[in-house]
Unconditional design. Structure first.
Length: 277
């Protein structure tokens, strides 16, 4: 006598056995998974609100000094402009809006450590204990490297670059830069150099994730040097000075990242020996 086949069922974590064909999506009725997603979204919103609040508070403190902040950022160009020339404002609202835009961006730069800390605090509960010990130094180091890139652009790149630009102006052309265009220009360079100085952190992360090893990174130095000049060409204005001043630090920081990965990532020697074996 033949009996009908038994109703096959599957068991998923957090739920009782049920008919798989009647419920093909095991996550659709999982209150635990939905609750976890809502918890993470609420936590993310809370972190973003904290970041926005700190940036707003810093902006309110810096807004009265907006003109002084813009004057400080414009100083590398103003010091190299020909005599009897100055910067200009080609738009009606630029004299008012440009300094406040400077104050807003400065607020984000000042709040960068707090922003990075909130990112770390959001992902920290999902990390193992040994990963937390590595993540926090990386967060702090990334903030310092970002500020180092901005300082390098301001104190090293800008004086050389603006001296070159003002010296090659054609005969009869007065160098009178628009303040809004100048601010956009320097902010682009600040971001480019700040991001480029994060190369050691990116190097440590790819080794930590197991995608490569310090030995393999060292064997691709030629390609990295070429890529550094390509990145310098894409992220900086079309002049050889700023491209070189970005490409050379990228390569040096790449070498620093290899050293940091050897020190901060345990077990990389065992991985290299297994791959070589």
């Amino acid at each position: 006598m033949c009996h009908p086949p038994a109703n096959r069922s599957r068991t998923y974590p957090g739920r009782s056995p049920t008919n798989f064909m009647a419920n093909p999506d095991p996550q659709s009725e999982n209150p635990q998974a939905e609750g976890s997603l809502i918890f993470h979204l609420v936590e993310l919103r809370s972190r973003l609100l904290r970041v926005a609040t700190v940036i707003l508070v810093i902006f309110l403190c810096l807004a009265p000094f907006a003109d002084a902040l813009f004057a400080a950022i414009a100083q590398p160009l103003m010091a190299r402009l020909p005599e009897n020339t100055s910067m200009i404002a080609t738009q009606v609202a630029s004299p008012f809006l440009t300094p406040f835009k400077t104050a807003m961006v400065a607020s984000i730069f000042v709040a960068m450590p707090w922003l990075l800390y909130q990112i770390w605090a959001f992902v920290a509960p999902g990390l193992y204990q040994h990963e937390r010990r590595l993540a926090l130094p990386l967060v702090m180091t990334s903030a310092l490297l970002f500020y180092g890139g901005v300082a390098f652009a301001y104190f090293v790149v800008f004086p050389l670059m603006f001296a070159f630009f003002t010296s090659v102006a054609p005969q009869g052309v007065s160098v009178m830069t628009d303040i809004n265009a100048y601010l956009d220009f320097v902010l682009t360079l600040f971001f480019a150099f700040g991001l480029a100085f994060e190369v050691p952190i990116a190097t440590v992360l790819v080794v930590w994730a197991g995608f490569t090893t310090p030995a393999k990174l060292g064997s691709h130095r030629t390609y990295v040097l070429l890529g550094a000049f390509v990145v310098g060409m894409l992220l900086t204005p079309p002049d050889i000075i700023s491209q070189t001043l970005l490409a050379v630090p990228i390569y040096i920081l790449y070498e620093l990242g290899i050293v940091m990965s050897k020190v901060m990532v345990p077990g990389h020697k065992e991985v290299e020996s297994q791959q070589n074996g």
